[in-house]
Design a binder for this molecule. Structure first.
Ligand code: DX5
Ligand code: ZN
Length: 224
């Protein structure tokens, strides 16, 4: 079974609360929260104070995707704001394992992400320290971009590493996903699907979530 993670980067921030409740009513288990610093990626989004405000509205899993350099500096404040899971980038710090261990020490699920051009074999040393792998299927920084097909190979390779090592690690994919192409990644083992524009840009958000889930569940492959 797959989980759906609407990315609030594509929400209408003048109606953020209302839109989040709609995703909750439609059964989205996660909220994907994109934090950008203008250095690791060429864009700035929002920080902990924004999602702290919505924490009391919903019990959805807060899946915080940190696109920032040296994330260790901010783990305390992201934890205090109510993160359930924190993802850091392999490319964004010198001490990823120390940071992942610190995230877990706070009782928060830890995840590592790789950009589309990063070799998925770099994930191997992280496996004992993570609960999830995030494969980027666009260059991080902006919502609304097109899915990069090489991400399919990265998901497959990540799934293979996880299964061969006997780990229980979720595989999330982020960027350019919709009901039309979710099968490309669910069929090679992705079980957490991020979607921003395909959900918040849809005329009927509940319908969009339902379609992504149906197509994802029908094609999900738990064992390659
Ligand atoms: C990109 C972000 C994504 C983005 C996804 O850097 O990490 O989460 O918001 O948006 P869509 O689904 O529109 O590609
Ligand atoms: Zn993201």
């Amino acid at each position: 079974m797959i989980k759906i993670a609407p990315s609030i980067l594509s929400a209408d921030f003048s109606k953020l609360g209302e839109q989040i409740l709609k995703t909750k009513e439609a059964g989205a288990e996660y909220l994907h929260i994109d934090v950008m610093d203008g250095i690791f990626v060429p864009n700035i989004s929002f920080g902990a104070p924004v999602y702290k405000c919505i924490r009391k509205m919903t019990d959805q899993f807060f899946d915080v995707h940190l696109m920032i350099v040296d994330p260790l500096r901010y783990i305390d404040s992201f934890a205090a704001a109510g993160a359930d899971g924190i993802t850091i980038h392999h490319e964004a710090c010198d001490n990823p394992i120390e940071t992942l261990q610190y995230i877990r020490s706070k009782g928060i699920k830890a995840a590592i992400s790789i950009k589309p051009k990063t070799d998925p074999q770099v994930l191997k040393p992280y496996l004992p320290f993570i609960d999830m792998i995030l494969i980027m299927s666009v260059e991080p920084g902006f919502g609304g971009q097109s899915f990069i097909p090489t991400a399919i190979d990265s998901v497959r390779a990540a799934k293979k590493l996880v299964d061969e090592g006997g780990y229980d690690i979720d595989i999330e994919v982020d960027g350019g996903l919709s009901a039309k192409n979710v099968d490309l990644v669910s069929s090679v083992g992705a079980n957490v699907i991020v979607a921003g524009s395909a959900i918040f840009g849809a005329p009927d958000m509940a319908e969009a979530i339902k379609e992504i889930r149906e197509n994802g569940d029908q094609t999900y492959c738990a064992k390659l």
